[in-house]
Design a protein around this ligand. Structure first.
Ligand code: HEM
Length: 155
């Protein structure tokens, strides 16, 4: 095992940690109505968990991006990955960029609006947050599929 392999292991574990967090929140939003006494209680559980996860997500994003860039530099630089054959690496970087901007810029900007929507109309908030989380979940799983498949030469 060389340095590259160790960094890849850390990279994958970080990505796994991120996906587990998203899966956990999505599962709560997908639980049947009767699992909670009321929609307000469901949204309270969601807000509590989301608040705890936000720092974990930020750290994971920084470290997974950093480890990814480190691997590319170990492989001899970016010119190698500019090749379209490595489109799955481009997918990883694109998804990482989108979520980093959303997490560090987008979410803090709309945080108060989300809190207000949860207070004013918890049913609408629940529907919107559920759709958003399912989309994030599917996007991350598809990215992993592309990354692992691409690395094994499946595409
Ligand atoms: C700046 C962002 C990122 C960069 C620069 C990056 C870069 C890389 C590189 C260079 C590899 C090693 C490829 C090889 O073995 O030749 C890798 C592996 C991997 N990456 Fe990323 N990555 C990034 C973000 C992500 C994200 C957001 C995900 C998933 C949501 C992801 C999932 C994976 C997985 C699962 C592997 C292991 C593939 C395998 O060898 O089976 N990466 N990444």
């Amino acid at each position: 095992m060389n340095l590259f392999d160790w960094i890849k292991i850390i990279h994958v574990v970080l990505v796994l940690l991120w996906i587990v967090g998203v899966s956990f929140v999505s599962s709560i939003l997908l639980l049947p109505e009767k699992s909670f006494k009321s929609i307000e209680q469901r949204m309270k559980a969601f807000s509590l968990i989301e608040r705890r996860l936000v720092w974990q997500t930020r750290i994971v994003l920084l470290l997974s991006g950093g480890s990814g860039v480190w691997m590319i530099s170990l492989l001899g630089g970016w010119s190698w990955y500019v090749h379209m054959r490595f489109w799955w690496v481009h997918v990883m970087i694109l998804i990482w960029l989108v979520f980093t901007i959303l997490t560090f810029v987008g979410e803090p900007l709309i945080h108060q609006r989300i809190v207000k929507m949860i207070e004013d109309n918890p049913v609408l908030a629940w529907h919107r947050l559920r759709t958003a989380h399912i989309l994030i979940w599917l996007t991350l799983l598809t990215t992993v599929l592309c990354a692992v498949g691409g690395a094994q030469g499946a595409f």
